[in-house]
Ligand binder design. Structure first.
Ligand SMILES: [Zn+2]
Length: 373
């Protein structure tokens, strides 16, 4: 992803920084160096304030990273690998390869984050109060980072899914009703209620008190609302397709094209068959997939002299599925590879084509015919 850059690896987990985090770095440093430190520890040079401001921001960032590592290490010990950790404007996200299988696992993985933040806060508060040095820059920095960790810990415990608190809430409901989907729906609805409350509060702050901080609450509420809805629909995909095999969704009425075909001949094929893509096959060998977009990317005057083989997506870059693969993860795979189609192959032989449209149609049918929720 181009909007994030790789920073380092911790215990084999890639750590990325999203560009929105740079804005936070800037704002934090300015606020600390420009007003907070001069007020708390007066009489020092501008350089000292800036050095302390930036250093504090980096330490604040490190504590967010530790929070995410808390989640990650427990997840790994529960058998769920971590794809990567990304730090962005609101903090961090540790991306798990799969959702926890049991409410107990989810509870432990989720609680590990706020507990890590809380532990850091307690240690730093202890340092601050055991060795009091009011007005000293290092002491004020310790206090600032301690308070920040306490805020991170408490904020994340708001029971609004997908915040940590919402996940803990879900794991508890899930534990009692044994139904992950229903538990998620309850947690998402509770989260939506929280986000509407936050947005309402934000509007009131702006209109009745003229406080622009209300905008922040509106933004935050909206982000939580969006995140809750999207994680719910992802789960619905997962549930709708679990136990459904790729073979029962794919199209088997295959129309293929040869790699030697020129693009103006290919255009004819698109016009006749009205498919969005064709598998490229020669003899019994599948070479790849060619889509309407691949064709459109070539200027029309070059069509007669260009062959399918030079514009197709070669097989090694295609999403290839087996007919007996569970369809549950396919939507996610398509999204992460930024493709709308997969070739279905059985022992080297092409047996079908599965498109996102086929899958959306299935979801529609499923909702119309089998709405047992
Ligand atoms: Zn967390």
């Amino acid at each position: 992803m181009s909007s994030s850059f790789h920073l380092t690896r911790v215990k084999g987990i890639p750590v990325e920084i999203h560009i929105s985090w740079l804005l936070v770095f800037f704002l934090f440093s300015v606020a600390l160096a420009g007003s907070y430190y001069p007020e708390m520890a007066p009489g020092l040079s501008t350089t000292a304030y800036w050095a302390a401001g930036m250093l504090t921001t980096i330490i604040a960032f490190a504590s967010v990273l530790l929070h995410e590592l808390g989640h990650s290490l427990v997840a790994i010990s529960e058998g769920i690998p971590i794809k990567k950790i990304t730090l962005f404007i609101f903090g961090g996200v540790a991306q798990m390869e799969a959702e926890p299988k049991t409410p107990g696992a989810e509870f432990k993985i989720t609680a590990a984050g706020p507990l890590t933040s809380l532990a850091i806060a307690i240690v730093l508060f202890a340092l601050y109060y055991l060795f009091p040095a009011p007005g000293r820059l290092y002491s004020e920095s310790i206090f600032f980072v301690a308070r920040l960790n306490l805020i991170v810990s408490v904020f994340n415990l708001i029971p609004a899914f997908p915040l940590d608190g919402g996940r803990i809430f879900r794991s508890l409901i899930w534990h009692f009703n044994k139904n992950m989907l229903k538990a998620t729906r309850i947690a998402v609805n509770t989260g939506s209620a929280f986000s509407f409350f936050a947005m309402g509060l934000g509007f009131m702050m702006i209109f009745f008190q003229g406080q622009l901080w209300g905008l922040w609450l509106i933004f935050l509420g909206w982000m939580i609302y969006q995140a809750g809805q999207s994680s719910y629909s992802q789960l619905v995909f997962q549930e709708t397709f679990s136990g459904v095999k790729v073979s029962s969704l794919m199209s088997t009425a295959l129309e293929t094209v040869s790699p030697d075909l020129t693009l103006d001949e290919l255009a004819e094929h698109f016009l006749h068959h009205k498919f969005g893509a064709f598998p490229v096959v020669y003899g019994s060998t599948t070479h790849g997939l060619v889509s309407l977009q691949d064709l459109k990317a070539v200027p029309r005057e070059n069509w007669p002299a260009t062959r399918v083989s030079s514009v197709m997506t070669p097989l090694k870059n295609c999403l290839v599925l087996k007919p007996d693969t569970d369809a549950a993860g396919v939507m996610m795979k398509m999204a992460s590879l930024n493709t709308g189609r997969a070739l279905v192959m059985d022992e080297g032989e092409l047996v079908g084509l599965l498109s996102r449209t086929d899958m959306m149609r299935f979801i529609q049918m499923h909702m119309v015919l089998g709405s047992d929720q």
